[in-house]
Write a new protein. Structure first.
Length: 260
């Protein structure tokens, strides 16, 4: 058995108990948490998505954990590549997800994922972690960092939340928002099953590419007023929100926000 296959089998076995717990919760877990059917165009499975590393040394272990977690999927792998943007700006780069952290200020948000789509295809994405909040309690913990990074990268793969009720029991997945992230730091089997559904068909073209210096696209933005219309959630503290900004013939940008 190859090393990659062994890693996948072992990881899937490790989440089997969690998956059984989720199944037993019935309606607590969403039957489908794809957001709009958006996906990366690709011509084969598994495909590889580059995560651009624009994070500090303090965040590197969490980026490694997130990349490894999502690579358990049978349909995709994420690999960490050199980033090509300043973290404070966190510009998108075509065909990749650029991951950044910085003290973005008291914007109200803890983490933001922005995803550019054209038709039904994802073309690029960014993930930002706001150290203004992660630098102090209650967010300066491994559990909070893992949950937020895992969830925001999950959005760039085409996943929505499994549950959006803050006080519901944890589902054992980072795609579930919570006030106690201890058991919500990683994907669960429902996430991997949903990815398999999203990527069960193949495309004739691809929107994937490796990060290239100088290929930066439009900058992401840090304030709700520039994110377009609120389509889900709310702008209340300790909640989540999803915004859409139409770019005419250029597609749209979807912004997923975790409020501090």
């Amino acid at each position: 058995m190859g090393a990659k296959r062994f890693r996948r089998v072992a990881a899937l076995a490790a989440v089997a108990v969690i998956a059984g717990t989720v199944a037993g919760l019935g309606s607590s877990a969403s039957a489908s948490h794809s957001w709009g059917g958006y996906h990366w165009a690709r011509t084969q499975n598994p495909f590889t998505l580059q995560l651009g590393d624009n994070v500090s040394a303090a965040w590197d272990p969490h980026l490694v954990t997130t990349s490894s977690d999502w690579s358990v999927s049978t349909v995709l792998d994420t690999t960490i590549a050199a980033g090509n943007t300043r973290a404070k700006v966190c510009r998108a780069s075509s065909g990749t997800v650029q991951v950044c952290n910085a003290a973005y200020g008291r914007t109200g948000w803890l983490g933001v994922a922005q995803v550019w789509v054209s038709g039904s295809h994802i073309t690029q994405g960014t993930v930002k972690m706001n150290d203004t909040y992660f630098g102090s309690a209650p967010y300066n913990t491994t559990a909070w960092r893992n949950l937020v990074m895992c969830q925001e990268v999950g959005h760039t793969l085409g996943l929505d939340h499994q549950d959006e009720i803050f006080d519901n029991p944890n589902l054992g997945t980072c795609m579930d928002y919570t006030q106690n992230p201890a058991t919500n730091q990683h994907p669960n089997q429902h996430d991997y099953d949903q990815l398999a559904t999203i990527y069960q068909h193949l495309d004739s073209t691809t929107t994937l590419s490796a990060p290239t210096a100088g290929a930066a696209a439009r900058a992401t933005v840090d304030v709700p007023g520039a994110w377009g219309r609120l389509v889900s959630g709310s702008e209340n503290p300790r909640s989540i929100a999803v915004y859409e900004n139409d770019l005419d013939s250029r597609g749209r940008v979807v912004t997923f926000v975790i409020w501090a």
